[in-house]
Every structure is written in structure tokens, then in C-alpha cells.
Design a protein around this ligand. Structure first.
Ligand code: ZN
Length: 343
């Protein structure tokens, strides 16, 4: 047997080994299609029942094809003709603040969800008290609207264990982009203290400028200088920075610790568009950078709808669904094997 022949044989044996190993591994046909293990929701709000119209206003998912002739009030048009237009599967709105809290908790227990809960200090404390095992407390931040929330107050709250993250940061609604000089003291502090931050980037509600006059759409590229200057900042781009997918890919490529959530996209976008966005990110190799978020505001059913939307993605393997619905957030939050935050 020549050396070449031996070499060939070894290669064939090695290949046969790979084939045998592949045959022994579970095939995709045997894989469960639905992930029903524990879920982490990175985008929950301790909201009020009247957060999107009068309490009980239902949500008809997929806010597409909204056109307006510019007459009258966009907010009224949006509420009646877009948000709660008649549809087959509306999501019920809660009738009171207490019902909103309790129905959200019930939905989370049913679906084995824990989540990062953003909101005002009082409301987050109230929800935490009702279900301390379900929530990690976070604090909203918009320097324009909450002038009393300072880098110092947030650092103190984090040190005291009252918050584990700053989210959602919504300066964009007041025209304060993430690279605005007014944000810089917050980034410096969060980087120094190691506080995770979740930043609203991308769009807002349809017609946002008629609700928040200073609102402008924001590309994730506004984060480039922030992350260049603060490479240790633990940040996730909320709403995946939709629709700026090229800018997002560039940022994810340059910053391997940058994460995103896909909150609101499951119910705000036409479902095919949501899947096109998610599939493109996974295809580009960023499946381990995507975290589930519901953006539950005053419709507790939005949590289940969001999980279902990920599970119906036939282009994802079971492990990819598990990563998006749980594992990626556990890694970002640095949870231990028992699912607890580090001390
Ligand atoms: Zn948001």
C-alpha cells in the first residue's frame, strides 16, 4: 500500500466516521418544532392600562397599510383605524392598572417567562412586589422627560440592587439620539459601573411625529461612536433597530458583544416582514445575538403572540429558537446555572 493510498484510506475512514456520527445525531425531523422551555423577555413595561388609548383598547396585530389624508387628528385615526381596527385575532387590552399587572403575571407563569421590567420607580416596585420571582427591575430613561434621573442616581440604584439595567432608554422620542452629547454622561457611568442598557433604536409607532413632535427615526449607526468610545458598554439595541438592517449588521460585526432584541416587531410588522428581518440576521450569522422581547405594554397577550411568532419560523432550528427565546439573554445577563444574576 502506497503512502498515497494509506492517506486516501484514512481520509475515507475519517469521512465514514463523520457520516456515522451524523447518522447517530438527531435529524431535524426528530427535532421538536416548538421550543416550550423557559423564556426570557428582555422588553417588558410596567405600564398603565390607558397607555395606548382608553383602558381596554384592543390591539389588532400587523399595523400595516396605514394611510391618512392628513385631516383631523392622526392619534384618533391611529387608535380607531389602525391599532384597534376590526380583525380576526385582536389582543385584549387590560381594563385597569391592577388587571394589567395581574394578567401579565398570569401570562408569564403560563408560558414560563421571566423578564426585564422597565418603568417608573413606583410602578416597577409594585409589580416586583406582586411577583418577585418573575422580574428583573430596570428603569426607563429619557433625559428630557425625567430630568431628576441622573447618572449618579442610576449608579446608586444599581449599587443598591434596586435596578439591574437601564431600559428602555427613549431619548429618541424627544429628539435625543444615542450619540447626543446629553447622553454621554450616562454612557460613561454605565460603562464604568457595568450596568446593562437597552436603547430604543429604529422606528416608533406609525405616525410618531404627530404624537411626539421631536421624534425622528434613528439608525443603529448612531451607536458607532458611542461604542467606539465605550467599548465595555453592555448594550442591546431594542427593536433590532428595524428597519436599518445593513447598519445593524455592520455594528454587530464590529462589536461581538453587542446584542439586540426583536420586541414589538412580532405584532407591529406584517408577519412576513418580521420573518424576513429575523431570517436575514440569522442567515448572516447573528443568531446568537438576538434576544426575545415582547414590548408588552397594555396587552398581556402580546407575550404569547411574540413567542409564537419565533416558534413558527421554519428557517430556525430548535436550538436557534431556544437561543433567541432564552439562552442569548441568559448569557447577556450573565445568569448562573440556576438562572440567577451574579452577586
Ligand atoms: Zn421601544
Amino acid at each position: 500500500m502506497s503512502e498515497v493510498e494509506t492517506d486516501m484510506r484514512l481520509k475515507i475512514f475519517a469521512l465514514a466516521g463523520i457520516v456515522a456520527a451524523a447518522a447517530a445525531a438527531p435529524t431535524s425531523a426528530e427535532e421538536p418544532a416548538t421550543y416550550d422551555g423557559p423564556v426570557i423577555d428582555m422588553h417588558l413595561h410596567a405600564y398603565t392600562a390607558d397607555g395606548n388609548g382608553p383602558p381596554g383598547t384592543p390591539l389588532c396585530p400587523e399595523l400595516s397599510e396605514f394611510a391618512w389624508d392628513g385631516q383631523g387628528s392622526w392619534i384618533e385615526h391611529f387608535g380607531a383605524k389602525v391599532l384597534s381596527r376590526p380583525c380576526l385575532k385582536p389582543i385584549a387590552g387590560s381594563l385597569t392598572d391592577e388587571a394589567l399587572r395581574d394578567e401579565t403575571i398570569t401570562e408569564m407563569r403560563r408560558l414560563k417567562v421571566r423578564g426585564l421590567l422597565g418603568g417608573s420607580e413606583e410602578r416597577v416596585a409594585d409589580w416586583m412586589q406582586a411577583a418577585p420571582d418573575l422580574f428583573w427591575p430596570a428603569r426607563h430613561l429619557n433625559p428630557q422627560r425625567d430630568p431628576e434621573t441622573t447618572p449618579e442616581s442610576l449608579a446608586a440604584d444599581f449599587a443598591a440592587g434596586e435596578i439591574v439595567a437601564i431600559a428602555e432608554i427613549t431619548g429618541q422620542y424627544s429628539g435625543i439620539m444615542v450619540d447626543d452629547p446629553r447622553m454621554e454622561p450616562f454612557w460613561s457611568m454605565a460603562e464604568r459601573e457595568g450596568i446593562p442598557v437597552g436603547v430604543h433604536i429604529g422606528l416608533g409607532p406609525p405616525g410618531a411625529v404627530h404624537m411626539y413632535p421631536s421624534f425622528r427615526a434613528q439608525s443603529p449607526s448612531h451607536l458607532a461612536e458611542v461604542l467606539g468610545k465605550h467599548p465595555k458598554l453592555r448594550v442591546f439595541v431594542m427593536h433590532g433597530g428595524y428597519p436599518y438592517i445593513d447598519d445593524l449588521k455592520a455594528l454587530l460585526w464590529v462589536h461581538p458583544d453587542l446584542m439586540i432584541d426583536i420586541a414589538v416587531l412580532q405584532f407591529a410588522l406584517p408577519r412576513a416582514e418580521f420573518h424576513a428581518f429575523l431570517a436575514e440576521l440569522v442567515r448572516a450569522g447573528f443568531g446568537d445575538r438576538i434576544m426575545f422581547g415582547s414590548d408588552q405594554m397594555n396587552w398581556p397577550g402580546a407575550i404569547g403572540l411574540g413567542i409564537e411568532a419565533v416558534n413558527e419560523a421554519d428557517y430556525l432550528t430548535y436550538d436557534q429558537k431556544k437561543a433567541i427565546l432564552h439562552d442569548n439573554a441568559a448569557r447577556f445577563l450573565r445568569l448562573d446555572a440556576d438562572g440567577k444574576l451574579p452577586d
